[in-house]
Design a protein around this ligand. Structure first.
Ligand SMILES: Cc1cc2nc3c(=O)[nH]c(=O)nc-3n(C[C@H](O)[C@H](O)[C@H](O)COP(=O)(O)OP(=O)(O)OC[C@H]3O[C@@H](n4cnc5c(N)ncnc54)[C@H](O)[C@@H]3O)c2cc1C
Length: 401
């Protein structure tokens, strides 16, 4: 007799949820729901994935889809350095990045590929409530249905409403920094000359974090995935009080105007590019960190990705960490012979494994904000950066250099 498959409900077809749906083995009957209209209905920035995430995706996706994803991505040689610039875009520190295979790919494309492999996704549907007991979880959906599962996975991103009952309160806290981000078409030869004639701009070999006066920080990276249409991805970040207006509810054009205003005194080519950005692609978002005591996966409810460890985009590792979480939970469940009885134990093991790497990713993402706060008006150097933060990826790179 064929035993019935264990049932899982995954709330959220973002990077964590969709990866998990792809990675579960055939013993699982997967219900994947997401309130967005479809896989393309998501933020359109390019994402950098680190080696652990690349390992999960290459082991999870069928070879054809993996090849397709790699083909759609940018040459990983685009990520050879990480630089710290000043407001004139002069390179102050250029550190080699040698982290192993990486993938630079448009986030909507990644989500489409994952959704393709994940099977039927119930788009336009959210999880609205759940109640767990020793045997399973009863989950209610926004379309009025409710159903019974062996496992519920909260992969619903920053501020997770699905995970909230596990903690009895908010799952994240604001870090008092807000960003405005956008993209602009760019002439790569012109970018090479940014910062002076002595050497080509390090933006040709990787992303850069620029520190300006007045506590403003900027993240800049070139996207050459479409050689005929290279773009500069830019974002500026500061405490909300440093922006002239409340950014909530502002239109893309208003945000762009505010970004140009805040970049007064910065290098003119950057200000000009920001001013030329497509207003429809300009957005603002606040930065979040996990709540003081992280929400815990428990029993038959697992929490993955930004739902458990939201982090500022400054580290560029939130998505990689979310994918790694999904890979870890799928592995823990695969190693479990007695489904569905042993689900809580597998959930516990995956959570413990996550605590081994995710806190470092959060610290890495918060480190540049510390630099920004403490270095107001000072020129960034290896010594000053090293002195204000020992946490984080760039600080780790500083130590290694
Ligand atoms: C500008 C920017 C640049 C970034 N660059 C990088 C980068 O280079 N590298 C990197 O690793 N990370 C990067 N990140 C971070 C990365 O995008 C996130 O960490 C990642 O998307 C988190 O994945 P997730 O699956 O946890 O959450 P999400 O991708 O946010 O997915 C959550 C999903 O849950 C759905 N949902 C919400 N509520 C419910 C509900 N009640 N029921 C069901 N579904 C629900 C949402 O619709 C959404 O699709 C960047 C972020 C930003 C903003």
């Amino acid at each position: 007799m064929v035993s019935p498959r264990a049932r899982v409900c995954i709330a959220g077809a973002g990077l964590a949820g969709a990866t998990l749906a792809c990675a579960l083995d055939e013993r699982w009957d997967v219900t994947l729901v997401d309130p967005s209209a479809g896989p393309g209905d998501t933020s359109g920035y390019r994402i950098h994935l680190t080696t652990p995430a690349v390992d999960v995706l290459s082991a999870t996706l069928p070879p054809r889809l993996w090849r397709e994803l790699r083909g759609a991505g940018e040459d990983e040689r685009a990520l050879r350095t990480f630089a710290v610039l000043d407001a004139r875009l002069r390179a102050r520190i250029v550190l080699p990045v040698d982290d192993g295979p990486a993938l630079l790919v448009a986030r909507p494309r990644l989500r489409e590929v994952l959704a393709q492999e994940a099977g039927a996704v119930r788009w336009g549907t959210r999880v609205t409530a759940w109640a767990a007991d020793g045997d399973g979880v009863t989950v209610s959906f926004s379309d009025g249905r409710s159903d019974r599962f062996d496992l519920l996975v909260a992969a619903d991103g920053t501020g997770s409403s699905v995970a909230r009952p596990l903690r009895g309160g908010a799952t994240c806290r604001p870090v008092d920094v807000v960003a405005i981000a956008g993209t602009a078409g760019v002439d790569v030869d012109a970018v090479a000359g940014w910062g002076g004639p002595r050497a080509a701009s390090p933006l040709l070999t990787g992303p850069a974090f620029a520190l300006g006066p007045d506590g403003l920080g900027a993240f800049l990276t070139l996207d050459r995935s479409r050689p005929d249409r290279p773009e500069l991805l830019w974002s500026i970040a500061a405490a909300p009080r440093h922006f002239g207006a409340d950014l909530r509810g502002a239109t893309g054009a208003e945000l762009r105007t505010e970004a140009v205003r805040r970049l007064r005194g910065w290098a003119a080519p950057l200000r000009d590019l920001v001013a030329a950005s497509d207003p429809d692609g300009v957005a603002s978002f606040p930065f979040w960190a996990p709540s003081e005591d992280w929400v815990r996966s428990a029993g038959r409810v697992a929490v993955l990705g930004d739902a458990v460890h939201p982090m500022p985009a400054t580290g560029g590792v939130g998505g990689s960490t979310a994918i790694r979480d999904a890979g870890g939970l799928a592995r823990a469940l695969r190693e479990t012979e007695s489904l569905p009885e042993a689900v809580p134990e597998a959930v516990e093991r995956a959570y413990a494994e996550m605590l081994g790497y995710a806190p470092a990713a959060v610290a890495e993402s918060l480190a540049p904000l510390t630099w920004q706060r403490r270095l107001r008006g000072r020129v960034p150097t290896a010594a000053t950066l090293g002195a204000v933060s020992l946490a984080g990826r760039a600080a780790a790179l500083l130590r290694r250099s």
